[in-house]
Design a protein around this ligand. Structure first.
Ligand code: WTA
Length: 654
């Protein structure tokens, strides 16, 4: 069946929309031509203990890099998410928690959330944690995770959430990098009935760190009920969450924070080196989180909203915690996975809570789509009004399937482009304003000035394709890499001086719509999760059997990109199925199951290199993509015969 390439705004969406397309255009113009006036107005959506008088003070210029927003304002993120709603919303549900098993659920009201946050905040103070201290959070998708983030924000501690799927080593290195005093974890996590031993992992991480561990205490949530080792006693390291909270007062005034005080660190992969601690501050981030949540989803008071991401990723920070709570929303918080106990789970949750707004990732949509109509059979899905997509480009087939099967052809899909670094959505349709083109993230949000440059940094005009940059600052932008401001400048502002470089490629069509084409650097996007090829390579070469390894992405039907690995074994090592399996397990355990290689090709005769010894990744990508007939010029290689061997033994022959 053929599908239209443009979808007009449905009448129902236009009718309910906060804005018309003309208003969007006008507001956008104002936001870029008079940013101070625009953001002075929209900054008021938060509650400020001391209102700001300064608005935008930013420069991307070389040598003068400076990003400050609302800098003399004083506020608290947790106050904005909780206290100021209590007069009207004390008994309103903040979270409908849906457990991994369909039988497990509970609701948390704004009053209950506020109370728990105050108690945990007081408990953290009892343990000696205060303003500016770092706290690592390693929790499953349970209400306590949202409590933990907000309790940090309440006392001005800086949270660093580590995804519960990460290994002890990945956890340990993130703890050390930001020098965390405290870890908040749980006995176990459950996802699709699979168990992860979070407390054991934490013990292992801290055990490996030994004397160098900065951690003084570990707070443990009893979630699944498993017996875990507690290093208790009088000066013990480990405390149960419920014991700690049971002795705290529910009164904890929110710490007054400067707009530019850090709110959180979140580690993400780059093209080189170890993961970067992306640092976000309080005022600008909160304005961005709440404003984008409202306009991008056309959120109205009373809507039931479900962002199916994990709190371990930035999408969870901004669109499960800070954005929706700042707007007083009722959200679904889901512990499990879309295909457990069956592929109907997502549709069942939508019906169960009468979800109006659903925000998920293309990889989940593709995984369901592979089951035909089964995922939506028997479901009404009549509550849905807006659908969202995030994390990677959404292919038109998946877009159309989502639109028809979940949206019944009547719900706009907002394909939202953004990054950990951007704090919130930058390029996106607005449901009641923007005509949609499947596969396009469409147009910039207020205040965002995207541009496309060629490899020399020359800005291209009209319809074009190249590297996506942003020309000026927006309030939600990251401020630094924790502990390494030079790397921040180097990574984002040195490739194209004066411009923020996203690392993404993009096309712009004649209507000014943006089409993201994927990373142009050595970052992979596996099921919407970011991984650096360098990270996986250094993990592989740490294995005894490996002399050299190169990692590239290749097109994968469900995951968007799969991980293709070329390995040269050490002299005397015989590669085979057993070793292949051992290497897969190695990466899975050292980094995370997300990083597990899909295909491992042995390259005993070596990798293609230039005469100066640089691995030619362009060639490896082509072979992995099964495009070995388009290798281009290989005459500059030190030994062209290596390529022939690799092509002959290639693994992706689709
Ligand atoms: C990719 C996730 C195309 C992109 C919020 C970006 C997308 C990286 C989209 C950031 C989209 C995210 N269309 N590509 N709608 N959304 N990406 O930091 O390559 O985990 O640079 O943030 O995901 O991933 P991150």
């Amino acid at each position: 069946m053929s599908h239209p390439s443009v979808y007009p705004v449905p009448a129902s969406a236009a009718k309910r929309s906060l804005l018309t397309n003309e208003q969007y255009m006008q507001m956008y113009q104002q936001s870029v031509s008079a940013p101070d006036t625009f953001w002075a107005e929209h900054g008021k959506r938060l509650h400020w203990f001391t209102p700001f008088t300064k608005v935008k003070n930013t420069s991307f210029d070389s040598g003068k890099l400076n990003i400050n927003w609302f800098s003399d304002g004083i506020l608290n993120a947790s106050y904005n998410c909780l206290d100021r709603h209590l007069p009207q919303r004390a008994d309103q549900v903040a979270y409908f928690w849906e457990g991994d098993s369909p039988d497990a659920q509970k609701t948390v009201t704004y009053a209950e959330l506020h109370q728990q946050v105050c108690k945990l905040a007081n408990g953290m103070k009892e343990l000696g944690v205060g303003k500016g201290d770092r706290v690592t959070i390693y929790l499953p998708m349970i209400p306590e995770a949202t409590v933990a983030l907000l309790a940090c924000a309440r006392i001005g501690a800086v949270h660093s959430v580590v995804f519960a799927g990460f290994s002890p080593d990945a956890l340990g290195s993130r703890i050390v990098d930001c020098d965390s005093k405290l870890v908040i974890t749980a006995d176990q996590a459950l996802r699709g009935s699979r168990v992860t031993n979070l407390k054991d992992n934490t013990d292992m991480a801290l055990g490996h760190l030994g004397e160098t561990s900065p951690v003084q205490n570990v707070i443990v949530v009893k979630h699944v009920g498993k017996n875990v080792d507690m290093q208790a006693g009088k000066d013990g390291r480990d405390v149960w969450y419920h014991d700690l909270l049971s002795r705290q007062s529910a009164d904890c005034p929110a710490e007054p924070m400067s707009a530019e005080d850090p709110l959180f660190i979140l580690y993400t992969s780059g093209s080189t080196g170890k993961p970067k601690g992306v640092l976000h501050t309080t005022g600008g981030y909160m304005v961005w989180a709440s404003m984008t949540h409202q306009y991008v989803f056309d959120y109205h008071d009373g809507d039931v909203y479900w962002c199916a991401a994990d709190i371990g990723w930035v999408t969870g920070h901004t669109y499960i915690v800070y954005g929706p709570l700042a707007n007083g929303a009722s959200s679904v918080l889901f512990e499990g996975v879309p295909n457990y106990p069956s592929v109907k789970r997502m549709a069942q949750i939508v019906d169960k809570y009468k979800v109006n707004i659903l925000y998920t990732a293309p990889t989940a949509i593709r995984a369901l789509m592979a089951h035909g109509d089964a995922p939506v059979e028997g479901a009404a899905l009549t509550s849905l009004r807006t659908l969202g997509s995030v994390g990677e480009p959404i292919n038109p087939e998946a877009w159309n399937w989502y639109h028809e099967k979940f949206g019944k052809g009547n719900c706009p899909i907002v394909d939202t482009w953004w990054q950990t670094e951007t704090g919130g959505i930058l390029i996106t349709p607005l449901p009641g304003c923007t005509e949609l083109k499947p596969g396009s993230a469409t147009r910039p949000f207020f205040g965002v000035q995207p541009a496309i440059v060629d490899n020399d940094g020359k800005e291209l005009s009209g319809a074009c394709e190249g590297n996506l940059v942003i020309k000026d600052s927006w309030p939600g932008q990251m401020r630094s890499i924790y502990g390494d401001h030079d790397r921040f400048e180097q990574t984002y502002f040195s490739t194209y001086p004066g411009l923020y470089f996203t690392g993404d490629g993009a096309k712009r069509d004649a209507d000014g719509y943006y089409w993201l084409t994927g990373r142009v650097d050595d970052v992979l996007n596996i099921s919407g999760h970011r991984l650096g090829t360098a990270e996986i390579e250094s993990c592989l070469v740490a294995h005894d059997a490996v002399a050299e390894a190169a990692v590239v992405g290749y097109p994968h039907d469900i995951k968007g990109q799969g991980i293709y690995v070329y390995v040269t074994p050490r002299v005397g090592i015989e590669p085979g199925a057993e070793l292949t399996k051992a290497l897969r397990d190695w990466v899975r355990e050292e980094i995370s199951p997300i990083a597990t290689p899909d295909l491992i090709q042995w390259a005993p005769t070596g990798l293609p290199k230039t005469r100066s010894g640089k691995i030619m990744r362009r060639i490896l990508r082509k072979i992995a993509a099964n495009e070995h007939d388009q290798l281009g010029d290989i005459s500059t290689l030190a030994d062209p015969s290596v390529v022939e061997t690799l092509v002959n033994n290639r693994l992706n022959r689709k």
